[in-house]
Design a protein around this ligand. Sequence first.
Ligand code: 28G
Length: 644
Amino acid sequence: MREENGYDASQIQVLEGMEAVRKRPGMYIGTTSIQGLHHLVYEIVDNAIDEALGGFCHHIEVVLRDDGSVSVQDDGRGIPVGRQEQTGRSAAEVVFTVLHAGGKFGGSGYKVSGGLHGVGASVVNALSEWTRVRIFLEGRRYEMAFSRGEVTQELTDAGSSEISGTWVCFKPDPEIFEETAFDFETLQSRLRQQAFLNAGLRITLTDERDPEDEARPRSASFRYEGGIRSFVEWINRNRTPIHEPVIYLSGGKDDTVCEIALQYNDSYTENLLSFANNIATTEGGMHETGFKTALTRVLSEYGRSHNILKEDQKLSGEDVREGITAILSVKLTDAQFEGQTKTKLGNSHVRSLVDGLVAEKLSDFLEENPAVGRSILEKSVQAALAREAARKARELTRRKTALDSAALPGKLADCHETDPRLTELFIVEGDSAGGSAKGGRDSRYQAILPLWGKMLNVEKARLDKIYSNEKLMPLVTAIGAGIGTEFSLERLRYNKVILMADADVDGSHIRTLLLTFLFRFLRPLIDEGHVYIAQPPLYKMTRGRQVRYAYTDAERDRTLDELSGGDPAVRSRIDVSRNKGLGEMDAEELWETTMHPEKRTLLQVTAEDAVAADEIFTILMGDKVEPRREFIEKFAKSAINLDV
Ligand code: 28G
């Protein structure tokens, strides 16, 4: 029969699809690391958010369950259960088994394809040991189950129901993922962001794992009537705004809508986050371009017409964005995502829409709020003056280094290798540690730069201060890629830039300062994964001529058991010393434990969550004391380990 054959053919396609996902998970979710694991949750939550975009869903509930699974429930319409004409299957089954299919359409007509490739629930299902689905609709409750993408329980009517919505519970497949434990903080951060981007939507996250733990169940709930206005207030909560309230602009044309919220604070950091269809556009794109050009133009014109900007003065884009916190959110049908990570919005009509919106509405706002206009303009003018000072300082250093035959810092012990793909730079605080590192390194490809003198708190400094800083400039020159907007990865002299500091409070402090500097002024270095933290051992254990090192307390205990063969008498004779500092290790020890590529452990620094990273640096380095105290009290450990 034709129908049967049609069904069989599509059944085969489904199985092939699921198999393809399991064979090459990276193609569908980017990675099978913990990021990929979290991506599964985002995919399912995105489907619920699509339902919210249509105005059908008001609450999304995410639960991390004790068995390692995660459940997501929405109070939307429920995925349709009726059989589809073409496939003979229910929409529900199609959503969970057919690649690229599913509820990726918000009811408002926006195609809001969430997630990395917009692949949805079927990919999550394929990569899960099991998936269970409950659909509440028209007074009934339906159930369906899957294992590794294949149906294990057909859709059945399981009784009556008073609610409507969809519940999805899945357990990520340990055969696929390197790590299967969700991180509460990461999920919380992303869910909060989605709550900001969808004003009025309530999202809750509950952690039911480790029920024995007295801190459980832990839970967080987000709902922001103010939407992206609240987002800006939230980001600025540890900063000092220079005007109230947050400026909010919105408008749209045809199928595209745009919302902007912004507020300036007294820092020098630009904090612009853009989104297209609720997806973070970290590579920018047309909406950002439109916003930036219009902001520069509008503020320049305002400054001129109100005699705040003198005739011989000119504002650059960076000047007008100094100290800005802005959220730019556009929603459109058929968004084109381009760029290396597919996070750059390509639809060109968005540029003129955003430009026009800022031109009209921001100008109106400034005319109606002259005190705010003046504060912003005065800040931009200050930024322009500082930029001019930085240019002079830079030229001065250039002239100096041009006279100097070896432009590299004198303290740098460079390596012989000149191919920057193969080289490593160790940044070491202080003389004695620098000496050990120089003695211990493999000088073929490892370079050492000892740092000297008092560190500048870059959170409170502008570019011109960096150019005259005797501690940071050698670092900038050694890395070779420049700084700020002049930064270019093509000139990078080392593939790995490794911060090597003691495992104590002072070491942690210098590491934080250096990371802040790299994050604020050499950001692509972090984004492209070139920055690492060396891990010197915490303990050294000696039994006769046997020497062993441990990097954690647990490892120390394991090693002691091993060395003693479990005999307490032997164990008591093993010498255990806590490592005091890099400087106290001799060259060979430092090489063996911390620098040898096959024996060391390096932590790669990532700023996966830019909002969280920014928050940490603002709190730790900014000038508001109260949030810093709170932060350190609450997260004493993570503050010190923010690099992990
Ligand atoms: C709980 C975790 C994740 C969802 C819905 C609701 C509908 C739906 C989802 O439809 C098939 C394709 C486009 C119409 C749509 C219900 C229309 C009418 C829906 C979710 C048929 C998918 N009634 N809620 N999918 N569409 N929630 N939450 O996945 O044409 S997925």
